[in-house]
Design a protein around this ligand. Sequence first.
Ligand code: XUL
Ligand code: CO
Length: 435
Amino acid sequence: MSDFFAGIEPIRYAGPDSRNPLAFRWYDPARLVRGKPMAEHFRFAVAYWHTLCWPGSDMFGPGTFGRPWQAADTVANAERKLDVAFDFFTRLGAPFFCFHDVDVVPLGETLREGWSNLDRMADRMAGKMAATGVKLLWGTANLFSHPRYMAGAATNPDPAVFAYAAGQVKQVLEVTHRLGGANYVLWGGREGYDTLLNTRIGQELDQLGRFLSLVVEHKHKIGFTGTILIEPKPCEPTKHQYDFDVAAVAALLRRCGLEREIKLNLEVNHATLAGHTFEHELAYAASQGLLGSIDVNRGDPQNGWDTDQFPNSLNDWTLAMLEILRAGGIGAGGFNFDAKVRRQSIDAADLLHGHVGAMDLCARALLAADAILTDGTLDRFVADRYAGWQGGIGAEIMASSLTLAEIAARAADAPPPQPRSGRQEMLENLVNRFA
Ligand code: XUL
Ligand code: CO
């Protein structure tokens, strides 16, 4: 067992009046909300890469954290890191974690070396999981850091790179299955382009479709029953990414006939970069039956890049929780903290402050969203706004029983439609009564 967090007590629920900064004031795992324990609403997960691997570097300087296991990328250090990781998960009370292959072990020089390193580490992970009860929300392969992936993985102009990526994904999918993972994530880090001058979009989209189909086929072949998830992001690291946002991925999945096989892992800061609110992405995905899981974080209102900060706005999260509750919850997905503490937050305790605050925020937003739904005014307003589609000409249009000419004739003979207020300010005020 590591002593990295020595002196920090396991985090407990202490109630809203607590002054302890390392206690939960709202997240009470067993508390029932809408008949379901809070813990099940969220299925909180720690992201291995930000919490254990990121050294606190930025584009102007190296890491500031100086964690002992980050001194060199060796198997021995990966094992120390694993000890610290499971100590952190249990101290925090996070029931799940997520990882990339490169987060947990050095992949070595060849694909085969990486496979055997990961296989051995997966055995150690299985032991830790059995001992602590912490489960795997999802696994993923890093297909974007190594220079071989500079022009993409599945969408690389060189088929040998496609094949290498296939080798990494096959292995991590199998390890995820072996560890009982609930999902497998594909973030297309560099599946896009930097300039159209050297790019054939149609060819690259066909390659991406082939890759996704191969992954789905292999999932069924090995009997993995978890969900394959795509994580949309519009840009960064490349100028343009094909998995731009929910709408783009929904279209891509239909183009490949995979809309019933793959769902989405939505990340807050990715929605921001795409020019959307997070609740827009949630609502759009839910409307297409594609909501799978979420990566919890936030951007910075002034910086236009992926800052991956811990969330801290109750109003924003309440709007997100409203969409998640309306969608019937996150199912076999979860709330993964794809968030990192700031570069100056160099202490072990800072890792806990980041996660504790975010878990509490989510819990408080869940209670606020539940209260808004229980109050019912918001939903009644919306139901009334669309009531015209429940009968009369609205129902006939949607039942496809009228032609364009018949609809036009009815409109010509009816009294002119009267505009009605959308009451945006009233509805915003209503939400602010709760959050
Ligand atoms: C990058 C990002 C990734 C994915 C997993 O912006 O969000 O960490 O979540 O590859
Ligand atoms: Co993410």
